[in-house]
Design a protein around this ligand. Structure first.
Ligand code: OAD
Length: 245
């Protein structure tokens, strides 16, 4: 931990990759852990263009439930700590795989939402957007006037990542002095490769209560939850910055 703190104190550029684990302490389920979404739901039915083509009502019913859960949830101490860290680092990028908007609500600003978000639906034909409220999309409003269907504005399995966010993420990882990987099993590519493949010089720390696919390839492993570890780390870094100033 001391090594990580000293790297963070001198870092000019920090890149953070988060996954669903950071929102676990806000009451949202992860994907693959105990109670994880992909343990009880079929990913190909709910999170693929083919599944949406077969049954858009089923897909929207599920995403509307998730949207409602996101709306009820509140950012936790881990989200807030990252928003605080951003204010102390000159070049800070937060790249999340999450679509729950909790980083935004916690006050983070330079966010890359690699898998999109559930704040909007978009038309499959003309790409027009419409905002989603806390209840999601009414099932009788799936059709857009151009003839297309509204779909969640997120990236599904089998779809490429949107180019601009993916480029920004690679650049952020490449120029980072420190990379924090928080609450992700690091099994979904290409997001998982950001820390290990695209970093050029970074000291990499993983914050996760469990072992992951990249644990053996990082410089520092903190086996704690995000809401427990991140506030301590950020407090230690901020106190030191104030002392320096
Ligand atoms: P996973 O469910 O694969 O992994 C969640 C990780 O969070 C696990 O490694 C847990 O150990 C860890 N975890 C659990 N509670 C935690 C806590 N309180 N603090 C810190 N870590 C905790 O979820 P993701 O890695 O986010 O993609 O999954 C990546 C992608 O797969 C998702 O974005 C989604 C999914 O399919 C799409 O929908 C495209």
């Amino acid at each position: 931990m001391e090594d990580l703190l000293s790297r963070l104190r001198s870092a000019r550029s920090v890149f953070v990759l988060t996954g669903s684990g950071i929102s676990a302490e806000s009451g949202l389920p992860t994907f693959r852990g105990v109670g994880g979404l992909w343990r009880t739901h079929r990913v190909e039915e709910l999170a693929s263009p083919e599944g949406f083509g077969r049954d858009p009502h089923l897909v929207w019913t599920w995403y509307n439930e998730r949207k409602a859960a996101h709306h009820r949830a509140k950012p936790n101490a881990g989200h807030y700590a990252l928003a605080q860290l951003e204010t102390t680092i000159a070049d800070f990028t937060l790249c999340t795989q999450n679509v729950d908007s909790l980083h935004l609500r916690a006050g983070s600003r330079n966010i890359i939402e690699l898998h999109g978000n559930l704040r909007e639906a978009r038309c499959t034909r003309c790409d027009v957007r419409r905002p989603l409220d806390g209840a999601g999309l009414p099932l009788d409003e799936l059709h857009h006037s151009c003839g297309g269907l509204f779909r969640p504005n997120i990236v599904w399995f089998g779809e490429p990542l949107p180019r601009a966010p993916w480029r920004r993420a690679r650049v952020g990882a490449a120029q980072a002095d420190v990379i924090l990987v928080v609450g992700t099993s690091a099994v979904v590519y290409p997001a998982a490769s950001l820390a290990t493949r695209y970093s050029a010089k970074a000291y990499i720390a993983e914050i996760n209560p469990e072992d992951t696919a990249i644990s053996g390839r990082v410089d520092c492993v903190i086996r704690e939850t995000a809401a427990s570890a991140l506030p301590k780390i950020v407090k230690a870094v901020s106190l030191n910055s104030r002392a320096d100033g």
